[in-house]
Design a protein around this ligand. Structure first.
Ligand SMILES: C[S@@+](CC[C@H](N)C(=O)[O-])C[C@H]1O[C@@H](n2cnc3c(N)ncnc32)[C@H](O)[C@@H]1O
Ligand SMILES: Nc1nc2[nH]cc(C(=O)O)c2c(=O)[nH]1
Ligand code: SF4
Ligand SMILES: [Mg+2]
Length: 216
């Protein structure tokens, strides 16, 4: 598996935000979002370590931390990702996958990690690649995250939340594209549309550390 970084931190996003977590970031992505904060990991010449699922499991176990986030890049494109998920779950770890909404989740639903799935909005430039059938596969422990950079993005997120009845299906987060929309604009939008059951999320690691810092 192509690993570009592994580190321990607090999870800055998602339902376990604020809890300790181990991160494994994989190389490569099938999208190119306008705002991507880890584009470096997607570049063909990005250095990586080739690691087996067993080696990754041993690293994770060695940290003594029980939450594991697999991210990237797009983690679900790694050839051995199912084997890795299997090993981590078997070890009793809490496994979260950050995925981009452009990979069919049906292949990953037997042995079930927690999915934090983006729905890429218009300002990402990648909305056309969204597999909306994935919405039907999500359950109460999963999350749909809308990373919003504009008013148009917010309106599209509202439309998707209503169309797929998302707040009754899973967790729903609105998160600003870091630095390009004021969080207060999202709060005002939530108030205006009475978005009960939806949460604003700010990436905590970008507040705690330099926003461009890697490995945190
Ligand atoms: C870097 S991606 C990796 C996982 C997967 N490729 C995806 O897009 O979900 C992890 C999360 O960071 C979010 N993200 C990336 N760049 C961001 C930015 N500039 N501001 C806020 N969130 C960002 C993505 O939308 C995604 O939810
Ligand atoms: N601290 C911290 N929390 C995170 N949660 C999701 C991350 C990601 O890049 O997917 C991330 C990250 O890069 N750092
Ligand atoms: S899908 Fe994720 S990793 Fe890929 S370009 Fe978009 S934000 Fe970056
Ligand atoms: Mg990140």
């Amino acid at each position: 598996m192509k690993v570009v970084e592994k580190f321990t931190s607090i999870n800055g996003e998602g339902t376990r935000a604020g809890e300790l977590a181990v991160f494994v970031r994989f190389k490569g992505c099938n999208l190119r979002c306008s705002y991507c904060d880890t584009m470096w990991a997607n570049e063909p010449d990005c250095p990586y370590e080739e690691e087996t699922p067993e080696e990754i499991l041993n690293y994770v176990l060695g940290t003594g931390i029980r939450n594991v986030t697999l991210t990237g890049g797009e983690p679900l494109l790694q050839k051995d990702i199912r084997e890795l998920i299997h090993l981590l779950l078997q070890a009793g770890l809490q496994v979260e996958i950050e995925t981009n909404g452009a990979v069919d989740l049906s292949a990953f639903c037997e042995e079930r990690p927690v999915f934090t799935m983006d729905y890429k909005l218009p300002s990402s430039g990648c909305e056309e690649y969204m597999i909306t059938e994935n919405m039907e596969l999500l359950g109460k422990d999963d999350t749909v995250k809308f990373v919003c950079g504009s008013k148009k993005d917010l309106l599209k997120a509202l439309d998707m939340i209503q169309t797929y009845n998302l707040t009754n299906r899973c967790h729903v987060y609105l998160s600003p594209v870091f630095g390009s929309i004021e969080p207060v604009q999202i709060v005002e939008f939530m108030l205006k549309h009475r978005l009960n059951g939806v949460r604003l999320q700010i990436q905590m690691h970008k507040v705690i550390w330099d926003p461009n810092e890697r490995g945190v």
